[in-house]
Design a protein around this ligand. Structure first.
Ligand SMILES: C[S@@+](CC[C@H](N)C(=O)[O-])C[C@H]1O[C@@H](n2cnc3c(N)ncnc32)[C@H](O)[C@@H]1O
Length: 218
């Protein structure tokens, strides 16, 4: 999708993907996996996700987001007085242990976001058309070290029944995209009400999956 598509969504407050509560997978599946040494999560294509608040209660959060409105609203909705500065061609919004890098994720250099323990992808890869997904994985890989784990939440549905975004991704496709990684699907459930955040999809089947992904050890 072109940046103008997403900027329009934010300008029109057309945010069907935005969840009003923290994703339940975090308490259920991520919390038991956090260790005392977990210090930093990176959230690509972060929007103004409340999941970042959950993370910020436990570790440093770095987000990457195209929209200035999203970054501003993330803090303003919580009445937090943020700082703003220009760094490495990005507009950086920060408050305590949260930093949101506003600009194009594909232009963000890995050296700017170092020592990442977790990457959290909820509705990031599925926001991109198939033609951009491999490029996303390749760029994301540059931020990932041997100690980084990726927690990825995606959905699958018959793509011909709904024009994206979001874009459906099967488990096979995730495995192919992350060919240099060990991919484990640790949760899968059918969303009988066909609800995805604030939207209800007119599709015959909607499945949400959670993957735990780590670089293959050499
Ligand atoms: C479907 S939303 C998901 C947001 C968030 N992950 C959530 O769960 O609410 C996708 C987000 O990616 C942002 N985005 C799209 N392309 C981007 C890019 N190239 N760089 C940074 N952010 C981007 C959009 O502005 C939008 O906020």
């Amino acid at each position: 999708m072109k940046p103008s598509f997403w900027n329009r969504c934010w300008e029109r407050n057309s945010l069907g993907f935005h969840q009003e509560t923290v994703h339940p997978f975090l308490e259920q599946f991520l919390l038991p996996r956090l260790t005392a040494t977990t210090q930093h999560v990176f959230v690509p294509l972060c929007g103004k996700s409340l999941d970042m608040v959950w993370f910020a209660q436990r570790m440093k959060v770095s987000g990457a987001e195209l929209s200035e409105i999203a970054c501003r609203d993330f803090f303003q909705d919580k009445e937090l007085t943020y700082q703003q500065e220009q760094r490495d061609g990005f507009n950086v919004f920060s408050y305590q242990n949260i930093q949101l890098w506003q600009g194009d994720f594909f232009k963000l250099l890995p050296a700017t976001i170092e020592n990442i323990d977790w990457v959290y992808d909820r509705a990031a890869i599925i926001a991109l058309p198939e033609s951009m997904q491999q490029q996303y994985v390749e760029h994301l890989s540059t931020f990932i070290s041997d100690k980084t784990s990726l927690f990825l939440i995606s959905i699958e549905f018959p793509q011909e029944e709904l024009e994206g975004p979001p874009f459906s991704i099967s488990s096979l496709k995730i495995t192919k995209l992350f060919a240099d990684f060990d991919v484990n699907c640790i949760a899968e459930h059918e969303l009988a009400d066909k609800k995805f955040a604030q939207r209800t999809f007119n599709v015959s089947r909607l499945v949400e999956r959670l993957y735990l992904i780590k670089k293959k050890q050499q």
